[in-house]
Design a protein around this ligand. Structure first.
Ligand code: CTP
Length: 424
């Protein structure tokens, strides 16, 4: 069994070393613990030579007691138990280089049906590693004092790292857990690895099981992709493997969208705002397609607003090419379209006169306000009520179209319109 103790010391951050050493000591102090291992992404990244993220620990034996002791030893708040014999320690107040430590009870998993929650049974570290998604994520390094640094690699993940391969353990892997399809894309692109031939075939044969995932789970996986630096390449892979269409029929990303996303990436101008990002990704979907995508992702109320907004803007935008259009009419057309959709249109839409209108709207029109306010209207004797809003609206439109250019003219317009309202 190869010994990788150097990875636990010389190649790990001082903060990780502190955790690994605490684990080693606590395994001795807690009689209920038979073995402790750092597993999953940390081992993969240490072997590759990448900076690891959050720490995953697998415990043979009393994981609950171990997690409580570890949290206290490193000065973190008590662990929170999540599903499947898993305990999470929030380390964000204690460490800078990682935010959580997940401690799982070593276990095997069986799935009664596709995408269901697994049935879980405590087991050895080997079985725990073999229940995982890909061989490269299925290695553990022992933190126990007697075997400190020993590599547990029951599926030869080390060799797959050398061959730069993403490989599942068995043919039913994606059926058991369809989120692995998204994970496969993430790892391949992030690490610069390829799928081994069987894994690629299995993805192609399994994409319809994405249907079995709840909207929340698909959204979570999609958002994990969007959080990655290389998300554009990942979306391309998803498009090429027909995964987007498997999420929702009609969901596709056009060549122009990709071109813009790539150039924004190159220039470090990818928007931080999720609505802007979603608008750029989904630009070009029809009304129905946009509505279906948003429903499929099942997000919070305003989650897909720029996706719907894109389709809405596409229906209205041709009018903006008319040269006799007044600023107030531009405002009327655009005031309820999300800004993110307008910005996406500016970047991906065709170079027609409408572009100038969109620019004017975002840069000036939407900020124009009358000089007068409701109090001024009350002062000249207009009674309180909805009519105040209606007259303010008329004044604002007149201001936008430069029909009034001073406070005096605004007040005159308000006075002149008041009797009209009373009689209509
Ligand atoms: N895992 C799995 N199947 C999943 C989710 C997770 O097998 N659907 C296993 C993998 O062994 C993975 C580990 O649990 O390495 C931790 O999961 P996660 O934190 O999601 O992944 P990491 O490998 O740590 O990768 P990342 O760097 O993206 O955080």
């Amino acid at each position: 069994m190869p010994n990788l103790s150097q990875l636990l010391t010389s190649y790990s951050s001082l903060e990780s070393q502190r955790v690994f050493e605490a684990c080693r000591d606590l395994a001795v102090e807690n009689d209920g613990v038979n073995g402790v291992y750092v597993v999953g992404g940390v081992v993969r990244d240490l072997v590759i030579g990448r900076e690891p993220g959050d720490i995953d620990i697998s415990v043979e034996g009393d994981a609950a007691g171990f997690a409580t002791m570890l949290a206290s030893r490193i000065g973190a708040t008590a662990p929170v138990e999540s599903q499947f014999l898993t305990f999470k320690i929030d380390t964000s107040d204690v460490f800078e280089t990682f935010a959580t430590i997940d401690i799982v009870t070593a276990r095997s998993e069986t799935y009664s049906e596709s995408a269901s929650l697994p049935d879980v049974e405590t087991s050895s570290i080997e079985a725990d590693l073999l229940r995982r998604d890909f061989t490269v994520n299925s290695m553990g390094i022992s933190l126990s004092v007697e075997t400190w640094g020993a590599l547990f690699d029951p599926s030869n993940g080390f060799a797959d790292i050398l061959r730069k391969r993403i490989k599942v353990h068995h043919d039913g892997s994606f059926l058991d857990d369809p989120t692995r399809i998204f994970r496969a894309i993430r790892y391949a692109s992030r690490l610069g690895f390829s799928f081994d031939a069987r894994t690629e075939q299995l993805i192609e044969n399994s994409i319809e099981v994405i249907d079995n995932l709840s909207g929340d789970r698909v959204r979570r996986e999609f958002e994990l992709i969007l959080n990655e630096l290389g998300f554009v390449e990942m979306l391309k892979s998803a498009e090429e493997l027909d995964i987007l269409a498997a999420i929702s029929p009609g969901f596709r990303i056009g060549a122009k969208n990709f071109q813009i996303l790539e150039s924004l990436t190159e220039n470090h101008q990818i928007p931080n705002d999720n609505q802007d990002l979603l608008a750029l990704i989904t630009f070009g979907l029809s009304d129905d397609e946009a509505a279906q995508v948003v429903a499929r992702f099942n997000g919070p109320l305003d989650w897909g607003e720029s996706i719907i907004g894109n389709a809405e803007l596409a229906k209205r935008v041709t009018v903006l090419d008319r040269d006799d259009l007044l600023p107030s009419e531009v405002e009327e057309l655009l005031h309820d379209v999300p800004e993110a959709s307008i910005r996406a249109y500016q970047q991906i839409g065709p170079p027609l006169p409408r572009q100038k209108r969109l620019k004017d709207y975002l840069e000036t029109i939407r900020f124009v306000t009358p000089e007068i306010n409701g109090d001024d209207l009350l002062e000249i004797g207009i009674p309180q009520g909805p009519i105040i809003g209606e007259i303010m609206d008329i004044v604002r439109r007149a201001r936008l179209d430069s029909k009034v250019v001073s406070k005096q003219e605004e007040l005159e317009l308000a006075r002149s319109r008041f009797p009209g309202f009373l009689t209509s």
